[in-house]
Design a protein around this ligand. Sequence first.
Ligand code: ATP
Ligand code: MG
Length: 240
Amino acid sequence: MALALNGIAAGYVPGVDILRGLSLTAAPGEIVTIIGPNGSGKSTSLKVAAGYLLPHTGTVAIDGEAVQARPIDQRVRKNGIAIVPQSNNVFGALTVAENLDLGGGFLPSAERRRRIEELIEAYPLLGRKRREKAYTLSGGERQILALARALMPSPRYLLLDEPSAGLSPLMLHEVFLAVREIVRKLGIAVLLVEQNAAEALAISDRAYVLVLGQVALEGPAASVLADDQVRQLYLGGAAV
Ligand SMILES: Nc1ncnc2c1ncn2[C@@H]1O[C@H](COP(=O)(O)OP(=O)(O)OP(=O)(O)O)[C@@H](O)[C@H]1O
Ligand SMILES: [Mg+2]
């Protein structure tokens, strides 16, 4: 049982590979973080996992089944994958409840209503604001909404692209706590891309450092956090 990218080469224009032989895995019950410089291919690797971008080499396997030729909606339905993209992850003109409803697109309507109530119970702030337009939410509230929306179809593999972007340290903490709670309660796998390396690694089990579309370092989150080069590059050399 795992999500596994194996020897992936992929890019946006012919002849220019952004990912160059990338392999990584994420198994249920663990938080796996990907860190790396801007442009190193972090978001691209999530897009390949979710099916937004097809690799020209390598395989994407979910629970042992090769899915690289399977379109996004099929991966959601059949393989339980969900993604919260780096930006534009809620519809501002729609209410909180409508955003959640959209996340359950293919569920029967009774099931969708049930999931909305469950998620509103898990995240009370969404309940308080269920009839408000999403553009009125704070950045942190919006990230919680984006998370909850991705949880609508009860995914087993949740891909999060910089959920803490633009948040205050306090809100960042809240969002990371929510992510950890999700994994603890539901036992799903989270593949997390983050710029806030220290905070992300602190809630993670394992980590990958991506450089130029390749894994430069991988291991338990604590050892990646303790790595001298990682400290220099991402943590300003500070002791943690
Ligand atoms: N839709 C696209 N079309 C063409 N090139 C793209 C596209 N999206 C990303 N790229 C290029 O692919 C490379 C990797 O981008 P990617 O978004 O995966 O990086 P990242 O590691 O997520 O960076 P960041 O930390 O800035 O979010 C970059 O050089 C980028 O310019
Ligand atoms: Mg990115």
